[in-house]
Design a protein around this ligand. Structure first.
Ligand code: PAF
Length: 281
C-alpha cells in the first residue's frame, strides 16, 4: 500500500495508472475504520483494478466544533485494519493540503439538503460536497463507494456528480451491523459501556417498525418509533422521517411511493447516531 499525502503526487500516480488502462475505485473515509469501511473497499476491489482510500477528518462538514474535536483519529489502528484488505493507495492529506485557501463554493441541492441531516446540521452537506468534489478532482475515479447508513449523503453525492458533470459512478453499499443490530459507525467507539448496551434499541425498533407496516399507518409508525426509543433514558430522537428514496420527500401513505426509507438520528448523551430502514408495502 502506497501512502500519499500530497494531491499533486496522487493525481500524477492516478494519471500513470490510467495510462496503463487501470480502472480506479475510490472510498472516501474520515478514518476510525470499521468493517463497514472494509466492506466498501472489498466492493471497490471487485469492480476496479485499483482502490484508493482517503482518510481525512473534514473540518468543513462539522457544524459542531465539539463533535469535530472528539471525532476519533486513530491512524495507527486504521493502518492495521487496512492490512486485511487490498488498499492500493491511501491518501492522508493534512488540512492545508485540502484547504490551502478558504473554499467559498456553494451547491444547489434543491430539497435534498433541506431535510433531515441537512435541516439539523446546517452547512454539513456543503462541507461534504466541498471535500468530495476536491477528491473527485484529484482522483477522477471510475467508481466511488458510499455506505447506505448515510443514505442522504449518498443521494447528495449522486446529485453532486450530475451538478459537476462528472462521469463517476456513485455506488451505495449495504449497512453493516454489529451482532445486536447496531449500524457500524466510527462514532460507536465513543459510547460508554452503558450507552453501548442501550443503543441496540434503535435498530431493533426500526426492524420492528418495518414489520408493523401491515398494522400501522405512516404517521402511527413515526410516532411509535419516536416514543419507543425516547422511553429509553439514554436515547433522544432528533428526527425520524419516512421519505421517498429519490427526492427525500415525506411519505404520508404507504401507497404514495414504491421506494421508501425511514431515516433516524438519535442523541446518546453527546454522541449522535444515525440509521435507516427500508419500508416495503
Ligand atoms: O462519510 C464520511 O465519512 C464523510 O462524510 C466523507 C464522505 C468521507 C467526506 O468527508
Amino acid at each position: 500500500m502506497k501512502i500519499i499525502k500530497k494531491s499533486k503526487e496522487l493525481s500524477d500516480e492516478v494519471a500513470f495508472l490510467k495510462r496503463n488502462g487501470s480502472s480506479i475505485g475510490f472510498v472516501p473515509t474520515m478514518g476510525a475504520l470499521h468493517n463497514g469501511h472494509l466492506s466498501l473497499i472489498e466492493y471497490s476491489n471487485s469492480d476496479n483494478d485499483i482502490t484508493i482510500v482517503s482518510i481525512f477528518v473534514n473540518p468543513t462538514q462539522f457544524n459542531d466544533k465539539g463533535d469535530y474535536n472528539k471525532y476519533p483519529r486513530i491512524l495507527k489502528n486504521d493502518l492495521e485494519k487496512l492490512k486485511n484488505v487490498k488498499c492500493d493507495i491511501l491518501f492522508t492529506p493534512l488540512e492545508n493540503e485540502m484547504y490551502p485557501t478558504k473554499d467559498k463554493r456553494d451547491f444547489n441541492f434543491g430539497n435534498l439538503d433541506k431535510v433531515m441531516e441537512g435541516e439539523h446540521r446546517p452547512g454539513h452537506f456543503r462541507g461534504v460536497a466541498l471535500i468530495v468534489s476536491k477528491f473527485f478532482e484529484i482522483i477522477n475515479p471510475d467508481r466511488t463507494y458510499f455506505g447506505e447508513k448515510d443514505f442522504q449523503q449518498f443521494t447528495i453525492i449522486k446529485h453532486l456528480t450530475k451538478l459537476l458533470n462528472l462521469n463517476i459512478e456513485v455506488i451505495s453499499c449495504p449497512i453493516l451491523r454489529e451482532d445486536d443490530g447496531l449500524a457500524m459507525s466510527s462514532r460507536n467507539m465513543l459510547l460508554t459501556q452503558e450507552q453501548r448496551a442501550n443503543v441496540s434499541l434503535i435498530s431493533k425498533t426500526l426492524f420492528e417498525a418495518q414489520e408493523n407496516v401491515k398494522y400501522m399507518s405512516v404517521s402511527e409508525t413515526k410516532d411509535w418509533v419516536v416514543d419507543t426509543i425516547n422511553k429509553n433514558p439514554f436515547l433522544e430522537v432528533e428526527y425520524f422521517e419516512i421519505v421517498d428514496e429519490i427526492k427525500l420527500e415525506p411519505i404520508s401513505n404507504w401507497s404514495d411511493k414504491k421506494e421508501k426509507i425511514g431515516c433516524i438520528a438519535v442523541h446518546v448523551g453527546a454522541i449522535r447516531l444515525i440509521d435507516n430502514i427500508r419500508f416495503y408495502s
